[in-house]
Design a protein around this ligand. Structure first.
Ligand SMILES: *[C@@H]1O[C@H](CO)[C@@H](O)[C@H](O)[C@H]1NC(C)=O
Ligand SMILES: *[C@@H]1O[C@H](CO)[C@@H](O)[C@H](O)[C@H]1NC(C)=O
Ligand SMILES: *[C@@H]1O[C@H](CO)[C@@H](O)[C@H](O)[C@H]1NC(C)=O
Ligand SMILES: *[C@@H]1O[C@H](CO)[C@@H](O)[C@H](O)[C@H]1NC(C)=O
Ligand SMILES: *[C@@H]1O[C@H](CO)[C@@H](O)[C@H](O)[C@H]1NC(C)=O
Length: 605
């Protein structure tokens, strides 16, 4: 049960794009697109590998519709998004693509600007300090311009309360050591802004088109450009040659506006003739959607997500075939890549990231840094057809759950009096009786409690973690040379330790105490003639103990003598366990007296 509850699985599905790489790259997949090539041809390097450079990620949120009359949850959740979600994902930038406010009248069919809705928006940005944590780029949607006579009007609250506060389209460059990335905001909102419903379409006049063309040209030196706006291109009226042609150098156009069309169209993604992806994002208003996108070695990928659902997973290499575009991306880098790369975020830390391709287990990705996980692969093995890649992410919940269950049992029995038992001494009654004995005798209670707490909190060992660098290993990660490597594998080891040693040891102690309460000592219980029942228990414990000894040996082999000597959870525990077990069997029977009486009365009742 614990496993089912605890293993939160997210399968990110993406068809590996490798077949397409070969075909498109060598011009075999239909006629080449008539794109005016704005950017210099790209080299197949740097290709995705084991480095933590050449990658950044951002978020998009759309159609928030903060409302004075309806659903205060929109604001509450937005605040949580700006604090919790942003803190965990740490995006380089956030695009808020319009309809920040609802601007409807109480009866819902009228429309006007409410200053209080804008104040709510601004107070959330201020209170959460989200603008200090990331670049927050917000633009107007049609609701934000309902019923505004002119841009100069005081009712144009966007000027006063937004993060950008500047009307019109603009160009923001995200500069990194590995390249420049352009984000072009497309403002197609109407001025003056009519009341609803005559505000459903965006309009671009000649002047705005010229401005946009200029921004497009400016961005041609960047590695990539992303356009973002409120309206889908199908709801923008623009003069020839049309807005799609103006944005043809963009890798993607991120927008909102249509929500999910009342649930009819949960996914509104298309590709323009020139190769630009148009990715509409579902709304925050009712569906709490947001989007994570990334550029990894100049390959674009994204995932549409639901607020509050963790873990969040994005496979950045190989990128999805469906959303690949040879005009805009150096797809051949996929073939030169040496590692599968995954971004994984969770509220609790992540214990494992497992990769499967076509249902075949490929291995555990290792933690690189931040949210980046990598796994070595050979892309040529997948260059023939399309393939499915599936990534499973487990958080540390399982580890914590096991610990909590064990501690709860121990502490409950410690503080519960001996209940007057009724019914026959079945397995459950005897188990509960033995737990009662274990938790009431100080030496055993504190030993088991301490062992489990120590497994969670204490240093497992100190040793040479990497060549020449001393470090200290905990369940939640490793400190080495002034750095902290967050645990992923350590949680797995912790779970193994609990399941294959701590808990069996506790069970063995309980069982031994029960034998003592029946009036046996070590010798006499062996002579009862119930060998078949008794020997397997001792053998099992012996096996687990040998496993523990082996892990000491492996510790010695991998991390050296120092780690072997300074390892409370391995060597020390291995030495202490026999003492504890000896203690059970040599316990002075007067100390057990009260329990023996209890058991007798229990058996005779
Ligand atoms: C970005 O573009 C520059 C110049 O073309 C190039 O040197 C660099 O490798 C690119 N960055 C990435 C991550 O490909
Ligand atoms: C980014 O743009 C700046 C200013 O145009 C330029 O100096 C720099 O070389 C660019 N960086 C890369 C990696 O292309
Ligand atoms: C790809 O297809 C060719 C011909 O069909 C075959 O010889 C080759 O083994 C295949 N490669 C892989 C990696 O499956
Ligand atoms: C990829 O192919 C090579 C040789 O063809 C093979 O040795 C290797 O195991 C394959 N890797 C995977 C992950 O299938
Ligand atoms: C048990 O302890 C009592 C007093 O604490 C002592 O008198 C008795 O001799 C002990 N019994 C054994 C078997 O050690």
């Amino acid at each position: 049960m614990a496993a089912l509850l605890a293993i939160k699985v997210v399968a990110g599905l993406a068809a590996a794009a490798l077949a397409a790489v070969l075909l498109e790259h060598y011009g075999l997949a239909g006629p080449p697109s008539p794109l005016p090539q704005l950017r210099a041809p790209r080299s197949p390097h740097p290709a995705p590998g084991p480095g933590s450079r050449n990658i950044f990620w951002g978020l998009q949120i759309s159609d928030i519709h903060l409302s004075r009359f309806r659903d205060p949850g929109r604001a509450v959740d937005l605040e949580k998004f700006c604090s919790e979600t942003i803190d965990i994902i740490q995006p380089a930038l956030v695009l808020a693509t319009g309809d920040l406010t609802d601007a409807k009248t109480k009866q819902n069919w009228g429309s006007r600007q409410h200053e209080v809705e804008w104040q709510t928006y601004q107070s959330i940005l201020k209170k959460t300090r989200v603008m200090e944590k990331t670049k927050w780029l917000d633009i107007k949607g049609n609701h934000d311009t309902f019923n505004i006579p002119s841009l100069e009007s005081v009712e144009n609250y966007y000027r006063k309360y937004s993060a950008v506060r500047r009307d019109g389209s603009f160009h923001y460059v995200h500069s990194t050591p590995f390249g420049n990335y352009s984000f072009i905001a497309l403002d197609a909102s109407q001025t003056p802004g009519p009341k609803r419903p005559y505000n459903f379409f965006g309009i671009l006049d000649e002047k705005r088109m010229e401005e946009l063309e200029l921004l497009a040209k400016e961005s041609s030196r960047s590695n990539h450009s992303i356009w973002f706006g409120h309206f889908t291109t199908s709801t923008i009226l623009s003069p020839s040659p049309g807005i799609r042609s103006i944005m043809s150098s963009a890798t993607a156009y991120l927008c909102g506006h249509l929500h999910t069309l009342g649930g009819l169209m949960p996914v509104l993604h298309t590709r323009h003739f020139q190769g630009t992806l148009e990715l509409e994002l579902g709304d925050w208003k009712d569906n709490r959607r947001y989007r994570l996108f990334s550029f990894d070695h100049d390959l674009f990928s994204f995932a549409d997500l639901i607020f509050g659902e963790w873990p969040v997973v994005l496979i950045t290499n190989p990128k999805s075939l469906l959303y690949s575009c040879a005009n805009h991306e150096p797809l051949e880098r996929l073939l030169h890549s040496t590692h599968i790369r995954v971004l994984a975020f969770s509220l609790s830390s992540i214990t494992s990231v497992t990769v499967k391709i076509d249902g075949v287990h490929l291995g555990q990705a290792i933690h690189l840094s931040g949210p980046i996980f990598i796994l070595k692969w050979n892309p040529r093995n997948y260059s023939n057809k399309t393939h499915n890649i599936e990534v499973t992410v487990q958080a540390r919940v399982l580890f914590v759950m096991i610990v909590l269950i064990q501690l709860t049992i121990l502490i409950t029995f410690r503080h519960r009096g001996y209940p007057e038992h009724k019914g026959p001494p079945g397995f459950i009654n005897l188990t509960s009786f033995s737990l009662h004995v274990l938790s009431k005798i100080n030496i055993f209670y504190y030993s088991v409690l301490l062992l489990t707490l120590y497994t969670v909190l204490g240093p497992w060992f100190v040793g040479e973690i990497t060549k020449g660098k001393l470090g200290c290993c905990f369940s939640f990660g490793i400190f080495v040379d002034g750095h902290f490597l967050q645990g992923s594998l350590t949680f797995i080891v912790g779970i193994l330790q609990l399941v294959f040693f701590n808990i069996p040891l506790m069970a063995y102690l309980c069982w031994s105490l029960l034998q003592r309460c029946f009036g046996h000592n070590f010798r006499s219980h062996l002579h009862q003639g119930r060998y078949l029942k008794i020997i397997p228990v001792h053998l099992l414990m012996l096996l687990l103990y040998i496993w523990q000894m082996c892990s000491c040996y492996f510790l010695h082999m991998t991390y050296g003598t120092l780690a072997f000597l300074f390892s409370p959870l391995r060597t020390w525990l291995t030495l202490l366990t026999p003492l504890l077990i000896r203690c059970v069997w040599t316990l002075n029977s007067t100390e057990l007296g009260v329990f023996i009486v209890q058991l007798k009365s229990h058996l005779s009742s």
